[in-house]
Design a binder for this molecule. Structure first.
Ligand code: AVJ
Length: 324
């Protein structure tokens, strides 16, 4: 057994090697933002007055839970991609559980996230909760195996997580999801909409600096988990909107030229002054784009609800019957 290999999260190490140690635009996949501290900082973001996304999502689910349940008659199991804090899901589960016993499968790669979601949701009368510790599509496949005969599946993909994918990836992901489902199964998709530029920028660069901390924490995580020596004070959080791509980008910009050592992979990362690491994309949709995306992936639109205060859409989709 090789004694010298340090214990590292090899996936993070692999991404740092592939996306940071290179010339051209440096990048990090946005999923690395969510360690325990990152997840706590994201929860704080959802409380910021400038970040209305999560509240809009919750308002829409609360106001339309009954309509969603009514649109999907018969016995349904519910699977949620990314278990979240669970609060938003409460309204949906209550609406379905009023009709009959409801199996609920929260799916997450984070054990901590699953635990906190369970705490919030397992006491709802009529809900049977089964944690699924897996990636989204693997977890959905597991949940589908566990549902009882005659039950259909409602998949929840809330909070505009779909916005982290670029369009081809989003279409690809929804097509794979669709391929796991059967006619009559449904998807409730939450997606943030295009809004005035200043509102979008404030939402991702708030004056209290919570989003900056959320972003910078990914460097602290690399320090903690890969023994790197990033000096966080030498990096600046930035958010910008690319209107051609219709996405907010978060970057960490080097305030000076510097060299960072990453012990676990025995590499150095060189930064020019002003060079950035691109850490996240948040696509902002038009209502019709969501419908086109869903259609391309083989879903049929049943309803769409948009919040009055903060442009955000909840779209209810079902799997089309195949034309024979
Ligand atoms: C959880 C991916 C929906 O893109 O708005 C919040 C993450 N990043 N502030 C988003 C996030 C910066 C969030 N999503």
């Amino acid at each position: 057994m090789p004694a010298l290999a340090p214990a590292v999260d090899s996936e993070l190490a692999a991404d740092v090697l592939a996306d940071l140690v290179r010339s051209g635009q440096k990048e990090l996949p946005s999923r690395w933002l969510y360690d325990q501290l990152g997840s706590a900082l994201f929860d704080a973001i959802t409380l910021l007055p400038e970040y209305g996304l999560t509240r809009a999502d919750a308002r829409l689910l609360k106001a339309n839970a009954e309509a969603i349940a009514a649109a999907l008659p018969g016995p349904f199991a519910i699977a949620e991609l990314g278990s979240g804090s669970g609060i938003k899901t409460k309204w949906i589960l209550e609406a379905f559980a009023r009709r009959g016993p409801t199996n609920y499968f929260p799916i997450d790669v984070s054990g901590t996230a699953l635990e906190s979601c369970s705490l919030t949701l397992r006491s709802i009368p009529g809900v049977r909760l089964t944690e699924v510790h897996a990636t989204y599509l693997d977890g959905l496949a597991q949940a589908l195996e566990q549902r009882s005969a005659g039950q259909r599946m409602l998949v929840l993909f809330l909070g505009s997580t779909i916005g982290n994918f670029d369009f081809p990836a989003a279409r690809g992901f929804l097509s794979q999801l669709r391929a796991l489902l059967s006619p009559g199964d449904a998807l409730l998709l939450g997606a943030d909409l295009v809004k005035p530029l200043s509102q979008m920028l404030e939402g991702y660069d708030d004056p209290t600096g919570v989003t900056a901390a959320f972003n910078l924490n990914v460097l602290a995580r690399i320090n903690r988990e890969l023994g790197a020596d990033f000096d966080l004070r030498q990096f600046q959080h930035q958010a910008c909107f690319d209107s051609d791509e219709s996405r907010i980008e978060m970057h960490l910009r080097a305030r000076s030229a510097q060299i960072v050592n990453v012990a676990a992979i025995d590499r150095q990362i060189r930064f020019e002054a002003g060079e950035s690491i691109w850490t996240e994309s948040s696509y902002k949709f038009r209502r019709t784009e969501i419908l086109d995306l869903a259609q391309a992936a083989g879903f049929e639109t049943r309803a769409q609800w948009v919040d009055d205060e903060w442009p955000f859409a909840e779209t209810l989709l079902t799997v089309r019957e195949r034309a024979k």
